[in-house]
Design a protein around this ligand. Structure first.
Ligand code: PLP
Length: 470
């Protein structure tokens, strides 16, 4: 199977090419023209990895041996036989924990195998990957290329714009082929700096002269989306086998990659009743699914306790529009968004979306209140799901990060005070909840504070070139 461009389905590309160079000619996103039907029940007895391989094979992309090798990366997760953990938390309510990978966030679910694929696909070349992060993408991307000798990774983050643990995770990985730059500004500045670099002919030429090829491993890369279909399919299948009932899936959403994976799973035949989108105070997605209007006009990004969801331009919505309404309509809507900063769906189009989706959002106060009232150890992103919980339905909450990355918020919610010392407060929570705090996270706090230079965005190009040459 080929992938096609969302805004012009005549532009076709092979999976490997889409993975290495995700920039489509008209600026659209490479997507499947139709999703293959996949009879998961036939494979419900298989291990996660074997199940994943069958699901991937149903796309007919080829590269079977490489996928097999990529999926082996899940052996680094807490349970080497299964990367996810599906738990019952209440009658009819389940939680699908996707954060049992090396950096304690769901980004590992895609970036671990993705890293293997990209390194294998580009074995004969030197690759430079640059990413901008507001938290979890950075550590997960760095970690995934830690051992890839032909790949260098540069990660740009806004100083003060990530949690302390996320920053320390990146700093700990700043070595050998991996480089981290803190910059002055917010996530938009970091993302803007990245875009400028990726589009600068001067920069590209200089990188080429150093015998490196630039590659974007950002969240719209279809090679990442593919792995985000599997866990939703797998979890709903397990529940269906037990309860003979299709579950609803609730997903804390930002760039809409995780939720798109659930939608694709549903299209492929997974027993998913509905997909429920949870947002924070940047509630553009919940507004969209409730009104059919995607409106950027006059909106300003708010900083919240769930920074990975502090997004207004939710890129993967474009793939949903394409799957529902085709390339011409997607082109029309995306052009409106670009030129007028707003688009509005027809009534029938909105109805079609609402057959699959529902949405709501939570403020920070509500998130804190919810964690406090339920004494639940769930991180502030996952906690945004609670408003969509309906006790009459079987539901799966998608847990996207481990609480340990957000100790200050957890302390505020659970102990109603400010965090004093993050390490000892983390240990305190672990003790009180009878858990073992992860060594990897605890050790971060003992790291020597060195090289915490904060860069002016204008000086980044020079700094990257200097580092690549080393
Ligand atoms: C990235 C991230 C999200 C948002 O996921 P999308 O695929 O961008 O919608 C939610 N929670 C956490 C913890 C994340 O790291």
């Amino acid at each position: 199977m080929h992938l096609v461009e969302s805004t012009n389905a005549n532009n076709k590309i092979d999976f490997k090419q889409a993975l290495i160079n995700p920039n489509a000619p008209q600026g659209g996103l490479y997507s499947p023209l139709t999703l293959p039907l996949f009879d998961g029940e036939k494979y419900s007895a298989l291990s996660y990895k074997d199940f994943a391989l069958k699901l991937i094979e149903s796309f007919g992309f080829g590269y079977e041996d490489l996928f097999k090798k990529a999926l082996k990366s899940y052996e680094n997760f807490d349970d080497k036989h299964c990367p996810i953990r599906l738990r019952k938390i209440k009658d009819k309510l389940y939680i699908n924990e996707l954060y049992h990978g090396p950096t304690r966030a769901f980004k590992d679910m895609a970036l671990q195998p993705f890293g293997v694929l990209l390194s294998e696909f580009s074995k004969d070349k030197n690759i430079l990957i640059i990413c901008a992060t507001s938290g979890d993408t950075g550590p997960a991307t760095l970690k995934s290329f830690e051992k890839a000798s032909n790949v260098k990774v540069v990660c740009i983050y806004p100083k003060g714009g990530t949690s302390r643990v996320q920053e320390l995770q990146m700093r700990a990985l700043d070595k050998d082929n991996l480089k981290v730059f803190a910059i002055k500004g917010d996530f938009d500045t970091a993302q803007g700096t990245l875009k400028q670099l990726l589009h600068s002919k001067d920069f590209q030429n200089k990188i080429k002269a150093l015998d490196y090829e630039l590659c974007a491993a950002n969240s719209v890369n279809f090679g990442r989306i593919l792995f985000q279909i599997i866990y939703h399919y797998y979890a709903s299948l397990k529940l269906y086998a037990e309860l003979k009932e299709s579950a609803e899936i609730i997903i804390p959403s930002g760039n809409f990659g995780n939720a798109l994976g659930a939608f694709y799973a549903k299209q492929m035949g997974a027993k998913i009743a509905k997909i429920k989108i949870a947002s924070n105070a940047n509630n553009i997605l919940s507004e969209f699914f409730n009104t059919g209007i995607y409106d950027l006009q006059g909106k300003i990004l708010k900083k919240t306790l769930s920074p990975a969801m502090d997004i207004l331009v939710s890129s993967n919505v474009e793939r949903l529009l394409f799957a529902k309404f085709g390339d011409k309509r997607t082109h029309e809507l995306m052009s409106l968004l670009k030129n007028k900063r707003v688009f509005k769906l027809e009534k029938e189009e909105l109805q079609s979306l609402q057959e699959d989706f529902e949405a709501d959002f939570c403020t920070d106060e509500e998130v804190i209140e919810f964690i406090r009232a339920n004494k639940l150890l769930i991180d502030p992103h996952t906690a945004t799901c609670f408003k969509l919980v309906d006790t009459t339905k079987t539901q799966i909450i998608t847990a996207t990060a481990e609480w340990s990355k957000f100790t200050p918020s957890m302390i505020k919610a659970l102990y109603d005070r400010e965090c004093v010392d993050e390490k000892s407060d983390l240990e305190l929570i672990a003790r009180d909840f009878d858990l073992e705090a992860k060594e990897d996270i605890l050790n971060l706090f003992d790291m020597k504070k060195e090289n915490e230079q904060v860069f002016d965005p204008a000086k980044i190009q020079e700094a990257i070139l200097e580092w690549v040459q080393k």
